[in-house]
Design a protein around this ligand. Sequence first.
Ligand code: MV4
Length: 496
Amino acid sequence: MFAKVLVSNRGEIGVRLIRALREFGIRSVAVYSEADRASLAVALADEAVYLGPAPSSESYLNIERILDAARRHRVDAIHPGYGFLSENPEFAEACAAAGIIFIGPPAEVIRRMGSKTSARRLALAAGAPVVPGTEQPLHDLSEAHAVARRLGYPVLLKASAGGGGKGMRRVDREEDLAAALRDASSEALRAFGNGEVYFEKLLVDPRHIEIQILGDHHGNLIHLGERECSIQRRHQKVIEECPSPVMLAHPELRQRMGEAALRIARHAGYVNAGTMEFLVDADHNFYFLEMNTRLQVEHPVTELVTGLDLVEWQLRIAAGERLTISQEDVAWSGSAIECRVYAEDPAHHFMPSPGTITHLREPSGPGLRLDSGIYPGFTVPLDYDPLLAKLAAWGPTRERAIGRLDRALMEYSVAGIRTNLAFFREILADPEFRAGRLSTSFLDGFVTRRAPRDPALESEAAAALALAASLARPTPQPTNGSVSGWLAEARRGALR
Ligand code: MV4
């Protein structure tokens, strides 16, 4: 096993990884930007290295600075967490060239899965169900017309290099195709430096269900079941759970999706923890969508239900150990639900709300897990994703997990910044959520269902809002350069 590992990440996942390293007697090295000098991860790590100014390009995305820190601190391996450099094949290669183990899959596998069209080709070759569409980028408009007609409208244009919904356009009618193709391609070019787009048949209100897998360097592969992540806002997951309510009613679906995920992983020569994303329709048909070649934000729900430690297995696998768990050893017990606590204001278009935390009371007690990167007095930087913490609850049943999570949300209090904590309590109370009727359009429906509960209070609130609006400064407009990427992105979203 490794003696020392560098964590090339920040926030709650930095803390999660440092905790795992300590549990296994491995020294941890944190890296930090100017904005994270006083972070919890820096306080908890054995060693800490300053990378540079707050912008990610000069800190957590800067391969040279991170490798320089890794060499100077003589680490055996680097854990990239999620986001930042975690799915960057050049980083994985640079680590290898420096003689440092990248805790993730081989660079070639990251590259192949990073292209959606190439991942689709691989899944098809493995014999897994894939959403009908094209496996090569579109060449021109006349080809696009022919393919769209063959698939049948509505269709979706997606960026080959994509992810996160960028460069994605729904096309309902032939006459909209030319404009949609232009928009999707130019958005993809701006976002990924690659304007290639391809088609998929549009699935209406599908569920997003993903399968967690683990593969070692000796050809052993297992799946750890699913996480349902249908509740998303602007392609950002909000609530995740295991089991999926669909699997509770149809347990054989887990086995079928697990087998499909393993076929793809075997075909890819996959090593490390990884996730296969699927869309599931109302008839429980499932289709491979894309693969994430990293530890996921929502991994705790799988850990709560299987009792396995995914970071432990990432470390063991990277160190060359064998998976000693067989598929038959994997058992799922009870239900777990997680919510992502963000520094954002649900009352104002979910605008990021960075700032100093003046007061913090964290929930605890039976069946809870809190993965947090904050403490009272910490200043949440505006330079990064405003995820503060993940709160997850386990219970013997889905109902009990929901009840526990609701209780924990009541105990949780954060002051000094806005958070989405109250928003979760509303979702958990929603009858559709309680019934497990989830889909990727859940939040759209939720916002309309969430009509005024008390008309008197609502009209008072409306009057107060109107007054506030008349006094308020004009809405800040997106600018370039001076405003952080996260804030600028949120403002663009609010103006959409
Ligand atoms: C789809 C789809 C319907 N049909 N593909 C959105 C982000 C990207 N990762 C995939 N996405 C979707 N792809 C086909 N063929 C619907 C979505 C989608 C979605 C998927 C997962 C979770 C939330 C979503 C919200 C809107 C659209």
